[in-house]
Write a protein that binds this ligand. Structure first.
Ligand code: UT7
Length: 325
């Protein structure tokens, strides 16, 4: 049983925060942000918008495109680092808002690699014929995990959601492979250390901003480039493919310098790499399905194209998926 992407959708909140807006708030400049990251602006959720709201918008579009009704969804998986609440899972809230009454629902936590991890889990359920229709959603309100005084991180992240509906494939199509990796020894390179179980909420947590993203940027950068190259080669090798067999590289959108370095190492022409971080920033688990959806909607990615998804994030976690769309 092959497992296919039957439909895709994405959503980004209306409010846009530009680099020039940030210049007015902290000691930074548009030039620095563009040169060091490639980011020009990012979307920020409204006060009354939670991760589940973003997720539901994206999921509805994916279902519409696939022509599948919410009642016919069997499972909802939400990959997120910013759940609506500790519990119940954001996926339960999405199930209710979507009217997917027959679906089981749970969240998955793998930071910026969350979408590829969730894709891999969803694929197993369809492949084993346990479920027919699985909604895989990456959704984040990173702006609420951001320390807006820390110029090293606050210029990077944005809010958004992307979704795909998985189901049984037509012959020859589908998810060809998923490779996942973790190195828990490096958990402290990107983390939100406080406000949960290990360091519960307290005045100290708020004063020291332990409930926001802490990142060792340049160390993370170097490991990201190396690991993304390695997992891409692992995925190509497993499928007996070379990079010239891939029509589109859809990587996690963290930093344009990381993406260019990985593309150069893989000898992937830059026109074949989908990049939208200039307009969205790093939307963590949402970034791959957001970029994918954009390239499908504007006609770049077509049915039958071979796609290499690449992700890297906190954990550390990283992975690759090869998909014949
Ligand atoms: O999605 C999960 C995975 N995450 C990543 O992959 C992120 C990986 N890391 C990165 O993308 C980059 O490391 C950053 C964009 C975070 C930082 O770029 P960098 O080239 O590694 O800069 P740096 O942290 O080494 O900082 C260089 C300088 C420092 O000043 P000094 O010490 O040289 O005087 C920083 O204080 O740039 C300064 N700086 C800034 N200046 C203006 C840091 N942030 C800013 C800023 N505006 N926003």
């Amino acid at each position: 049983m092959q497992v296919q992407i039957l439909g895709n959708g994405a959503y980004a909140p209306k409010t846009i925060l530009t680099n020039h807006d940030l210049e007015k708030k902290i000691d930074t400049s548009n030039e620095w942000i563009v040169a060091r990251t490639g980011i020009r602006e990012r979307h920020i959720a409204a006060k009354d918008e939670a991760t589940s709201d973003l997720a539901v918008h994206a999921a509805r579009k994916a279902l519409e495109q696939a022509g599948v009704a919410p009642m016919d969804v069997d499972l909802v998986i939400v990959a997120t680092s910013m759940p609506d609440m500790f519990f119940p899972s954001t996926a339960c809230i999405v199930q209710e808002k979507l009217g997917a009454k027959n679906a089981a629902a749970f969240d998955l936590s793998a930071a910026c690699s969350g979408f590829i991890y969730a894709l891999s889990v969803g694929e197993q359920y369809v492949r084993s014929e346990t479920y027919r229709h699985v909604l895989v959603i990456g959704a984040e309100v990173m702006s609420r995990l951001t320390n807006w005084q820390d110029r090293g991180t606050c210029v990077l992240f944005g809010d958004g959601a992307g979704a795909v509906l998985l189901g049984p494939a037509n012959e020859g199509r589908g998810i060809l492979s998923v490779h996942l990796h973790t190195d828990g020894a490096l958990w402290d390179l990107i983390c939100v250390p406080g406000g949960a179980g290990a360091i519960p909420p307290s005045e100290k947590v708020l004063v020291e901003c332990l409930n926001t993203i802490h990142m060792k940027g340049s160390e993370t950068f170097k490991i990201a480039v190396r690991n993304l190259e390695n997992v891409a080669l692992e995925a190509l090798h497993a499928n007996d493919m070379s990079i010239s067999d891939i029509d589109w590289l859809v990587p996690h959108q963290a930093n344009i310098r990381i993406l260019k370095a990985v593309a150069a190492r893989l000898k992937m022409p830059k026109e074949k790499m989908v990049v939208n971080l200039d307009r969205y920033g790093n939307t963590s688990a949402a970034s791959i399905p957001l970029a994918f959806d954009e390239a499908v909607n504007d006609g770049r990615i077509k049915r039958g194209d071979s796609i290499l998804f690449l992700a890297f994030g906190g954990g550390l976690t990283w992975g690759a998926a090869v998909v014949n769309y």
